[in-house]
Ligand binder design. Structure first.
Ligand code: 13P
Length: 287
């Protein structure tokens, strides 16, 4: 069954660990993440960007595939199916399709517009029992063509959005989507502390989880981060394992061209990456 992310994140905040959001792209990704969560008895959030949703033939297909897998694979750990960086229209489409969790990203809009649209979704999600993530201060890097600069959010704006009653809040603290440049100064913990002081108990979300050093991840969790998003790292792991398989000529041996064989090393690589992250985030055994 798909569940809202509310309970798992409140538990994570209280228990000082974080739940991983792993973005999905296709059947292999979804299956790898669900199986790893079950094996490690960890709650998990499946992230779907609007671009990935389109690629997977729309949000209805994503809901059908995920629910089917949960049933057939006998997944009993809490799973939230979450729209990642949604537009207002995308949020409405995912609500209608049966997602259990929504992110409305109005961080690039004028603050008043972000506030008004987040307000509208708070009420809808509340009535339907869905969790809602809002964002203040764009996360840097590229996500479906949107580029930012590792911005830091304004703590007062964070408080205004948190006070609307969203479930969790993504706030820029110098984090960036994709690989971090060599000269990246690291997360801004002073910004995180200032935001935490304003928003109190609100679980905070750290985007751009790929490549953040383990000590910074642990410190961010100790300062109130309860959800960490990882996407690029699974893509890189899949790419490296697939490249190795082909470069070793395995696709040309026997039935190595069979997609079920060709995609298997990448699938295992995603599982290993998800396991490593769940161990680092501390969510193992917390289902
Ligand atoms: P990365 O691709 O940097 O891991 O970021 C993922 C993310 O934040 C999705 O919202």
């Amino acid at each position: 069954m798909l569940v809202s992310a509310k309970e798992m994140l409140n538990k994570a905040r209280d228990g000082k660990y974080a739940v991983g959001q792993f973005n999905i792209n296709n059947l292999e990704w979804t299956k790898a993440i669900l199986l790893t969560a079950q094996e490690l008895n960890s709650p998990v959030i499946l992230g779907v960007s609007e671009g990935a949703g389109k690629y997977m033939c729309g949000f209805n297909t994503v809901v059908g595939m995920t629910k089917g897998m949960i049933e057939t694979l006998k997944i009993t750990v809490p799973v939230a199916l979450h729209l990642d960086h949604g537009t207002f229209e995308g949020a409405k489409a995912c609500i209608n399709a049966g997602f259990s969790s929504i992110m409305f990203d109005g961080s690039h809009l004028p603050f008043e517009e972000n506030f008004a649209k987040t307000t509208a979704l708070v009420n809808t999600c509340d009535v339907l029992g869905l969790s809602l993530e809002a964002e203040v201060g764009a996360i840097g890097g590229e996500e479906d063509g949107v580029i930012g600069q590792g911005e830091c959010a304004d703590p007062d704006e964070c408080k205004k959005i948190a006070d609307l009653g969203v479930t969790m809040l993504a706030a820029g603290i110098g984090n960036i989507h994709g690989k971090y440049p060599a000269n990246w100064p690291g997360l801004s913990f002073s910004t995180l502390e200032a935001i935490k002081a304003k928003v109190g108990d609100m679980p905070l979300v750290l985007h751009g989880g790929t490549g953040i050093p383990a000590d910074q991840i642990k410190k961010a969790i100790s300062l109130g981060v309860a959800k960490i998003n990882v996407n690029t790292e699974c893509q890189l792991a899949f790419q490296e394992a697939t490249r190795k398989y082909i470069e070793e000529g395995k696709d040309q041996q026997g039935k190595g061209f069979d997609p079920r064989k060709l995609l298997a090393p990448g699938f295992e690589a995603i599982k290993a990456t998800v396991k490593e992250k769940m161990e680092l985030f501390g969510s193992v055994g917390k289902a």
